[in-house]
Ligand binder design. Structure first.
Ligand code: NAP
Length: 315
């Protein structure tokens, strides 16, 4: 088994949290590597317009992620395009296993693995994924020009998806299981002002149906009356939140009921030298600016942790 050199800090995940951690770790002279199985950038690359990252009144998500990456690379951040398959905490060293059978060791590990869209788990959802079912309007909306689409959810994601799709589709139905949205007020105002969008309150999707292999309709159910009906639609966009990617979180780490990692104010978990940041971490609000801030906090704390370890080892 090959063994690379030892690192001060290993960062797992290359979204805004991980890349910000990389910038701060390198500025603190930490020997740092960032592991990312896909292209660096994370979920933000899927956003069409970002209007709330300070300093940018309006920027495309991909462009913003490239700016993060270029900034980190200006400090020569080493990026490994591999998948981390396990993290084994140790008293002296933590070990990260890569899928290529290689192992990396470090003083500190910063987990920045983000999350994945939540599923409805209804008939047709998996079967017609890519055939009308999508979790990303910015990625797939183009295919639904002048068509009728359904968006599911009542949070910022669903409302943003509905607003984006209304620029392309003929008609957008926003299906929400309650009678009030969770989305921010500014998005709600835009939604309600959009003539192409119709909100179906107190309604859930019971099934997604297809004709000739492509989505053609959905079965709806009213949660108050129990009444069911079919609605013709060619696209279904599911925006009901996401689950944290916590597969690498070691046994014994404190996580909450939804699987988010609990940390202290330094973003450190209850396992010494293991940090969790961004959408993986339990906190109030999931925003790019918060992920970037987490990356800063964890890298500063990790650098201090590494200095103390080094000093102790040299005694
Ligand atoms: P979210 O805020 O958790 O909202 C999920 C929505 O989906 C809720 O309305 C929920 O209904 C509904 N839902 C959940 N499970 C469902 C199910 N099984 N069937 C039907 N409906 C279901 O998730 P999100 O909208 O993805 O946002 C996540 C975080 O990212 C939030 O903090 C949000 O502010 C942030 N975000 C920000 C932006 C932005 O600022 N531009 C964009 C996107 C996301 P209930 O309301 O009934 O629970």
């Amino acid at each position: 088994m090959a063994n690379r050199e030892f690192y001060d800090v290993i960062i797992i995940g290359g979204g805004p949290a991980g890349l910000s951690a990389g910038i701060y770790a390198l500025r603190a002279s930490m020997r740092t590597v960032l592991i990312e199985k896909a292209s660096p950038g994370g979920q933000v690359t899927l956003s069409d317009e970002i209007e709330n990252y300070p300093g940018f009144q309006n920027i495309n998500g991909y462009d913003l992620s490239q700016k993060f990456l270029e900034h980190a690379q200006s400090y020569h951040l080493e990026v490994l395009s591999q998948e981390a398959t396990s993290l084994e905490p140790g008293l002296e060293r933590h070990t990260v296993q890569l899928n290529g059978a290689e192992q990396l060791k470090s003083h500190a590990v910063i987990l920045a693995s983000g999350g994945l869209p939540r599923k409805l788990n209804i008939p047709g959802e998996d079967e017609f994924y890519g055939k009308g079912v999508s979790y990303c309007a910015v990625c797939d909306g183009f295919f639904f020009r002048n068509k009728t689409v359904v968006v599911v959810g009542g949070g910022d994601t669903a409302v943003e998806e509905a607003l984006y799709l209304s620029k392309l589709a003929h008609k957008v139905y926003l299906v929400h299981r309650r009678d009030a949205l969770r989305a921010s007020m500014i998005l709600q105002q835009r939604l309600k002002a959009d003539k192409k969008i119709e909100i179906l309150w107190d309604t859930i999707l019971a099934a997604i149906k297809a004709g000739e292999g492509q989505v053609s309709a959905v079965d709806l159910q009213n949660t108050q009356t129990g009444e069911t009906r079919e609605l013709a639609a060619e696209g279904v966009f599911i925006g009901i939140g996401f689950n944290p990617n916590n597969q690498l979180v070691p046994a014994g780490t404190k996580v909450n009921a939804d699987g988010y990692v609990c940390t202290d104010e330094k973003c450190e978990t209850n396992l010494s030298g293991i940090f969790a940041i961004g959408d993986l971490r339990e906190k109030y609000g999931r925003q790019i600016v918060l992920s970037a801030a987490d990356g800063c906090t964890a890298a500063l704390a990790a650098a201090y942790y590494v200095e103390v370890k080094r000093a102790a080892e040299n005694l």
